[in-house]
Design a protein around this ligand. Structure first.
Ligand code: PRX
Length: 661
């Protein structure tokens, strides 16, 4: 029943399901592709599900081992924990860099870095990358860090971000990257939660020509993080920055006299590689744990197959958004494949809305991977801008992070891809480590708006509320019923939370939190989150985090956050706020509350609209019914309200919303 009610709110999204167009893969792409047709896909998928040992066993030699695994996977504790390449020993950074150098590819460009300012560029070959990683790796060693220690990285999209991650991985040090658009408070929380010993940050970051401070903002808060012994600061924008004697040092001073060579540590296949925090329905963001070998093999293989990477491919993932996207498809996937990629510090609108198209033309990008929110933003600017550029190097286009509406899909396909480039609409999550549902560019006929079919090793199902399989085209809950190498191994040190969040809703099946339906051709159509998670410009945020930030303001008694459909951002953040009795509601207070949330979580969490309410719809047990508020701001059917403690409030809020809009 609850499921049916929740689903009825997804009206706008459901209109996707009338989409009938199908685009076969262009023959030129199929000819060269790793997977050339549906028959090959089906055969490989079948083997990956029926015989994981055989399927993944063939990929063992895709990386270099210190000790080769004898066991491909161990399902004795699955669900929820499957372990992969169990008794193997390896080194991540060796596989991402040294291996390619040893194969004679040291002079190949690994990263073309493009700054926020178009004149600010850097080129790093695999040789350069190794030197930089070694220099910083030696800094970590000198600081006494060792395997299993944790570091927090709060850096913008600059090469030092990749260098730090790989330097840590060289010694089995676990990294936890915090998105530069998050607040200093988020950095503090993650340091405390992970007990990190070192913070690597920058004086600031450039964003659309502006200098945004980083270190200065976190400086005071570091008094509350006793685990932090050292802070290393990259001078990126030239801002004056407070430095604490004996704790804080500059990156350039640290690396100055370091050798450009360093040893590497042997790690076990199942040792953790990184922790990445992400939002869920309850509590603070949770630290998703990914381990080494399974994650790496899945990252490299999915990158190669889905983006059809070959020796000469130039790959550009513009993900300033999805933070896991960076890990898997900016750092580990491309570098493990020895590819050449473009890394971009800036935003699509600066200095003009042509920026992505300029970058594609400048570096002759073959594969471009971005988010629907960026596509919608650029589509609004018209096709004249991309048409001014030579985009003929493009072969494959990708989309990630949220639903792509068919209009945006068609624009991307026709205007950017000139109907020659398949679009891989890739569905996945922080927890899944890599892409789970996607077309394959040389094989899958495309339906605009559908992520199409499961990748190898992935068995996806759509279930009804009672756990029975949904019929074709019936909306339900998306679950994964197989184990795959890149799957998360836990959240924080909390096995109960892990079990409860992902494995109990449908016992033994991975619960994604997304709604979906499967059409009669077996295509999966993602319908968006069914839980209290928002997707704002592709960013994942829990309603509860934003509500907690609001309630931490002295004027606020209660708050409820709901997503409002937005033509570019996907979701806008709509905040219902009940003020404390003596407080007068004013426009200035609205501004103050917005700034307060901005300071607590970061600019991306700033409510778009704040609405002061006298009361909110609640169940008899006092739970706020966000579902009803969501229906009011999206002007959809509010559904059944008879179970509310205060049903009369719904009419009042509805009328008020209509009056004010
Ligand atoms: O709702 C789905 C949406 O993004 C959520 C995962 O967010 P996050 O962990 O931040 O990872 C984003 C980047 C991998 C999912 O639960 N999502 C992701 N990809 C798609 C999508 N929704 C629709 N279509 C997609 N291709």
């Amino acid at each position: 029943m609850e499921c049916a009610e929740k689903m009825s709110e997804e009206k706008i999204i459901t209109s996707l399901l009338t989409e009938k167009r199908v685009f076969p893969p262009p023959p030129a792409i199929s000819k060269k592709a790793w997977v050339k047709n549906m028959a090959q896909y089906r055969e490989m998928w079948k083997e990956s599900i029926e015989d994981p040992d055989k399927f993944w066993g063939k990929l063992v030699d895709s990386i270099t081992w210190i000790k080769k695994p004898t066991k491909i996977w161990d399902d004795s504790k699955f669900p929820p924990i499957a372990q992969w390449f169990v008794d193997g020993k390896l080194n991540t950074t060796y596989n991402a860099i040294d291996r390619h150098i040893n194969e004679g590819k040291g002079d190949k460009v690994a990263i073309y870095w493009e700054g926020d300012d178009p004149n600010d560029t850097r080129v790093l070959t695999y040789n350069d990358l190794l030197e930089e990683v070694c220099k910083f790796g030696n800094v970590l060693l000198k600081a006494g860090l060792k395997k299993g220690d944790k570091i927090v990285i709060w850096l913008p999209m600059i090469p030092e971000l990749v260098i730090t991650m790989l330097a840590a991985a060289r010694f089995g040090i676990i990294h936890s990257v915090v998105f530069a658009g998050f607040s200093a408070g988020a950095v503090k929380d993650r340091i405390i939660d992970s007990n990190a010993r070192i913070l690597i940050t920058a004086d600031g970051t450039f964003r659309a020509g502006k200098k945004i401070p980083l270190k200065e903002k976190v400086h005071k808060l570091l008094e509350e993080t006793p685990s932090i012994e050292r802070v290393v600061v990259v001078k990126q924008v030239g801002l004056k920055t407070p430095m604490k004697e004996g704790r804080d040092t500059w990156w350039h001073d640290e690396i100055k006299n370091q050798p450009t060579e360093c040893v590497y540590e042997e790690v076990n296949a199942e040792d953790p590689l990184f922790i990445l925090y992400t939002s869920g329905t309850t509590g603070k963001p949770k630290g998703v744990i990914h381990t080494t070998a399974g994650y790496l093999i899945y990252a490299a293989y999915s990158h190669k197959i889905i983006f059809d990477i070959h020796e000469d491919s130039i790959f550009f993932c513009s993900a300033d958004i999805g933070w896991i996207t960076r890990h898997t498809y900016i750092v580990y996937g491309p570098l493990l494949n020895g590819a050449t990629e473009v890394m971009f510090e800036g935003v699509p609108s600066y200095p003009s809305f042509e920026r992505y198209w300029e970058i594609i033309e400048k570096y002759k990008v073959n594969i471009f991977y971005t988010a629907p929110t960026a596509i919608r933003l650029l589509m609004k600017e018209g096709e004249e801008l991309p048409n001014k550029h030579d985009l003929s190097s493009l072969r494959i286009l990708g989309s990630v992070g949220e639903l792509i509406n068919p209009e945006a899909w068609m624009w991307y396909y026709q205007v950017i891809g000139k109907e020659k480039c398949p679009i891989v609409d890739t569905w996945w999550q922080t927890e899944t480590g890599g892409i789970m549902i996607t077309p394959l560019p040389g094989a899958t006929p495309l339906k605009p708006g559908s992520a199409s079919r499961p990748f190898f090793g992935v068995k996806a199902e759509v279930l009804r509320d009672d756990g029975t399989p949904a019929a074709p085209n019936e909306e339900g809950y998306l679950v994964i019923t197989s184990a795959w190498p890149a799957m998360l191994r836990g959240v924080g040190q909390n096995p109960q939370r892990f079990q409860k969040t992902y494995w109990d809703r449908f016992p033994g099946k991975y619960y994604s939190g997304d709604g979906a339906k499967i059409d009669k051709d077996g295509y999966i159509w993602i319908l968006g989150r069914l839980d209290d998670v928002l997707k704002v410009s592709g960013h994942r945020m829990g309603t509860m985090e934003i509500e907690s930030a609001l309630v931490s303001h002295p004027a606020v008694a209660e708050a409820a956050i709901v997503p409002k459909e937005h033509p570019i951002k996907g979701h806008a953040i709509f905040a219902y706020v009940i003020l404390k009795k003596i407080i007068t509601p004013t426009d200035d207070l609205k501004k103050e509350l917005k700034n307060h949330v901005r300071g607590e979580i970061g600019p991306i969490a700033t409510p778009d609209e704040i609405y002061f309410a006298a009361d909110l719809p609640k169940t008899r047990s006092g739970k706020i019914m966000r579902r009803i508020l969501k229906a009011i701001v999206n002007e959809t059917d509010v559904g059944n309200i008879t179970t509310l403690a205060n049903p009369q409030i719904v009419k009042a809020l509805w009328e008020d919303y209509q009056l004010r809009k």
